[in-house]
Design a protein around this ligand. Structure first.
Ligand code: PGA
Length: 254
């Protein structure tokens, strides 16, 4: 049985104090739930990362960033490198989120370079992919996701690929309140697993975690997570409320 991951993506929300408070609450809720088969990750804004990592230390909760530079160091004003993220106590980084792709013009190639930089620095990567509504409506969603994976991820050496998990996030479901149906999610997750199998073989495909993201909340998580190829979720809005987030962790444990 694969483990599950429930990862919160706080995006650009919460003051430092609010973020610390949320981390404390998630830690308390997690102590009660004692998840046995689910790993929990809090992907915070950069400035929260060290403090939140300290708060959740020894609680079994890991932390992550939401982006990193593809460069190692140097004159890149405003950028944050993967090794800096690691030095703040984080173990994870989200790469290729649709908001980065669409609002900050991140191409598949840049996503690949960021993924490689993150792995080289010892971070694990939550690699995001997913189609926009128009692509789904013209039945192009499989092709789009295949391109994102082929160009951004599946060229890695298997030893590097094994440091990644994939998050399928249909863009039309992110922050909209519209979730992919469990059947739509399973269909794409199964397809993604078949692509991983083609690239790396059956054993690696069987071990790869594929998360769902897009308006996932406590009330719909159990249904989506019960699908055979869905191994947890990347949670935006619902990760900002500890009770709601706890409900999603419980759903992953079912
Ligand atoms: P959402 O965001 O849960 O608010 O839809 C998910 C994400 O963008 O990772």
């Amino acid at each position: 049985m694969r483990r599950k991951i429930v990862a919160g993506n706080w995006k650009m929300n919460l003051s430092l104090a609010e973020g610390y408070q949320l981390a404390e609450s998630v830690k308390s809720e997690t102590k009660v739930i004692k998840p046995a088969g689910t790993d929990i990750v809090l992907c915070t804004p950069f400035i929260h990362l060290k403090g939140v990592s300290d708060i959740v230390q020894d609680s079994g909760i890991a932390t992550g960033a939401q982006n990193c530079s593809n460069e190692k160091s140097g004159a890149f004003t405003g950028e944050i490198s993967a090794s800096m993220i690691k030095s703040a106590g984080a173990r994870w980084v989200i790469i290729g989120h649709s908001e980065r792709r669409s609002l900050f013009a991140e191409t598949d190639n840049l996503v690949l370079r960021k993924t490689s930089a993150a792995i080289e620095s010892g971070l694990r990567v939550i690699f995001c992919c997913g189609e926009v509504l128009a692509e789904r409506e013209r039945n192009d969603h499989f092709r789009v996701v295949k391109r994102q994976l082929d160009e951004g991820l599946l060229g890695l050496q298997v030893s590097d690929f094994s440091k990644t998990v994939i998050a399928y996030e249909p863009v039309w479901a992110i922050g909209t309140g519209v979730t992919a149906s469990p059947i739509q999610a399973q269909e794409m997750h199964g397809y993604i697993r078949s692509l991983v199998q083609e690239a790396y073989g059956t054993t690696v495909a069987r071990e790869t975690l594929i998360l769902y993201g897009g308006s996932c909340k406590a009330s719909n998580a159990a249904e989506i997570f019960s699908m055979p190829d869905v191994d947890g979720g990347l949670i935006g809005g619902a990760s900002l409320n500890s009770a709601e987030f706890a409900g999603i962790i419980r759903a992953a444990e079912l």
